[in-house]
Ligand binder design. Structure first.
Ligand SMILES: Cc1cc2nc3c(=O)[nH]c(=O)nc-3n(C[C@H](O)[C@H](O)[C@H](O)COP(=O)(O)OP(=O)(O)OC[C@H]3O[C@@H](n4cnc5c(N)ncnc54)[C@H](O)[C@@H]3O)c2cc1C
Length: 485
């Protein structure tokens, strides 16, 4: 059998790879995305604060600053195009004393130099009007009206789905472990999977971008340090806690603990920032939860942390250089690194995709616009979940497919129709967690206690397999091992 050949292969379907695929898929370029995980957004993109930062944190003149401000300004249009829930809620950095105020002034000046619009330092009275639950010890805040919130994995899924409907091939569980170059093609190997090859390769492997670089014998000029951030997610009944993303004044350790609404109506609290040994260590610790609880209470002493419904952690790929590294390899032509994409990688991602496209052009890739380009997630447009439909849309959905009348997840009002669609989408869900992230079934107060087995049954029926073959998050995380009776 002849080896599959592409013009471009992207390694990694996190938000950087997804947004790059979204941009390239506007053209007739033969494109593939290979991903080690069973699904898109398997790395840092899956678990982070979900903030579309305005762009005052990154040092003036850095690539990070430039792409953050640009990405933030592009977010509204892209999320509208792809039917992704995004909210420009604005952010507040809170100062408790005059020393913090000096820091706010530095951030404001930096933000203005970076091109952030509308930054203001507000006084206590205005701060309390905007966030009544803030500590009475707070004195000032830096208000950034252009900051927002978005669901990171939904944005990555949407970008991948759009690329898929525009002809991009996706290979999951394809963990690149060797790369050969014959002067024309890069051949990518992944265990016993059939190899694929491409003229251009884009390394969007997140925490593992250094390992990919080493495979082509072109080590990155910095180290990638894994830094874990732990979180608590509060029940929707606490939604009135905050309506903006509220940060403490940043320190050497980073942006610090925040309290923020999520686009789905919960409150997110976290993250801390601790260097860890293993890049895949997403465990949540007692000390970590204490650290973030303390940070949250500093901002909002009355916050109801008893309303926590789940905890989780994500790992940042922090570059020792302090900046994003997006460039063609010096040693190997047509091999592009997109590495060191720590925060604000999510906020910057629309601009990262555009930047890589320009880089590909400079590296010689000829682009021809796709005449049959589909701008949405499917040929039929962006399909709304049942909970987001209005009464008319709900009636219509039920008439077309009676499975929209059966509620499976009571906490989040997810129907059987939503789950069936998740399994049949352009990038289909193949695990319980993949269904959960696409639909929100299992994301509510009971965290799947009620619906998980029902979801597994629907998946098994749709996929034509036995329910014992359904897994939670990977190909070997089975939830049913056999009959007890
Ligand atoms: C705690 C935390 C909080 C954050 N908060 C924010 C925030 O509020 N706002 C913001 O803008 N940013 C935030 N970030 C940063 C943001 O999450 C990242 O910048 C972004 O997700 C990086 O995307 P990526 O595509 O580069 O990497 P990833 O999402 O890690 O994607 C890389 C992908 O490559 C795949 N891969 C790895 N090795 C291989 C291989 N050998 N073969 C094939 N595939 C491979 C992985 O499975 C993974 O899916 C935060 C990050 C963390 C961890």
């Amino acid at each position: 059998m002849s080896i599959k050949s592409y013009d471009v292969v992207i390694i990694g379907a996190g938000i950087a790879g997804a947004m790059t695929a979204f941009q390239i898929a506007k053209y007739t370029t033969k494109l593939a995305v290979v991903e080690a995980g069973v699904d898109a957004a398997s790395g840092s993109t899956r678990a982070n604060s979900a903030i579309v930062h305005a762009g005052y944190d990154a040092k003036e003149g850095t690539l990070k600053a430039k792409l953050n401000v640009k990405g933030c300004s592009m977010m509204e249009e892209i999320t509208t195009q792809l039917g992704v829930h995004y909210k420009k809620c604005g952010s507040l950095v809170v100062a408790f004393d005059e020393k913090d105020l000096e820091q706010l002034e530095i951030l404001k000046k930096r933000g203005e130099e970076n091109g952030v619009q509308g930054l203001e330092i507000i006084d206590k009275a205005r701060l309390f009007e905007m966030e009544p639950n803030i500590s009475t010890k707070a004195k000032y805040a830096l208000y950034a009206p252009s900051a927002g919130i978005v669901c990171p994995y939904d944005l990555a899924y949407a970008a991948c789905e759009n690329a898929a409907v525009n002809g991009t091939d996706f290979y999951f569980e394809f963990k690149v472990d060797e790369i050969d170059y014959d002067g024309k093609y890069y051949t990518l190997f992944a265990g016993d999977k059939e190899a694929i090859r491409a003229k251009y390769v884009i390394n969007c492997a997140g925490l593992y971008a250094d390992e990919i670089a080493n495979m082509v014998g072109d080590p990155l000029p910095f180290e990638i340090i894994p830094r874990r951030g732990e979180y608590m997610l509060l029940d929707k009944c606490e939604a009135s806690t905050a309506s903006h993303t509220v940060f403490v004044t940043p320190s050497d350790k980073g942006k610090g603990i925040l309290v923020s609404p999520t686009v789905d109506g919960n409150i997110i609290v976290g993250p801390n920032a601790n260097i860890i040994e293993a890049k895949n260590d997403t465990s949540v610790t007692m000390e970590g939860l204490e650290e973030i609880s303390e940070g949250a209470r500093l901002l909002m002493p009355e916050i109801n942390l008893d309303a926590v419904i789940t905890t989780f952690a994500g790992v940042r790929s922090t570059p020792t250089s302090g900046d994003f590294y997006i460039c063609e390899s010096e040693r190997f032509k047509k091999f592009i690194h997109v590495a060191g994409i720590e925060s604000p990688g999510l906020a910057s991602s629309p601009a990262i995709g555009e930047y890589v496209l320009e880089l590909l052009k400079k590296c010689g890739l000829k682009l021809k616009k796709r005449e049959d380009y589909i701008p949405t997630r499917t040929k039929e447009g962006n399909i709304k979940p049942f909970y987001a439909m209005n009464e008319e849309e709900r009636k219509e959905a039920i008439v077309k497919d009676h499975r929209y009348a059966k509620i499976v997840c009571r906490c989040e009002m997810i129907t059987e129709g939503d789950i069936v669609y998740a399994v049949n989408r352009p990038i289909p869900a193949r695990t319980i967690d993949a269904v959960k992230r696409r639909t929100r079934a299992g994301m509510g107060r009971c965290q799947g206690g009620y619906c998980r087995t029902r979801v597994a049954e629907i998946m098994a029926r749709e996929l034509g397999i036995n329910v014992s073959e359904i897994t939670k998050f990977s190909s070997n995380s089975h939830i049913l091992l056999g009959k007890t009776k």
